[in-house]
Write a protein that binds this ligand. Sequence first.
Ligand code: 4NP
Length: 161
Amino acid sequence: MSEISVLFVCLGNICRSPTAHAVFQAMVDDRGLAQQVSVDSAGTGDWHLGHAPDRRTSAVASQRGYDMDQLRARLVEAGDFEQFDYIVAMDEENLANLKAMCPADYPGSLGLFLDYSVNPDYADISAVPDPYYGGDHGFTLVLDLVEDASAGLLDHIAAQL
Ligand code: 4NP
């Protein structure tokens, strides 16, 4: 059984949180921690339930070797607060929605993903911007931010194992 479980959350669960899911899982695997750290993602909105990641998201991810083919969108649910040690929001709106669902006695960590960012170039960016209605650059920025914060989050978690 995994010792630490991580759930990444965005709005649609087809762009940002599946990117975090795939990138963080790849880093967990690379560090030989797959037996100890489990990873999932979910959304707060229900427009894309059961859908694969947005093709613009998968395209930039596959250029860097990340495979998202198996991922399917699902909603955050009450049981997630029993199952996951870390619930990690992509932006303030996602975090507010999660806080509204979060039991008062949730023992885990609920916060913003970019709090784990390590690259000083991103020090002024507090949230992963929603790329859905924007151009291709937004999807590349999502991946850049996600790679950086994933490294920081995994260092933080690995120190507890
Ligand atoms: P995500 O992006 O929250 O990063 O998955 C979005 C995907 C879909 C929509 C909004 C954001 N939408 O409005 O359908």
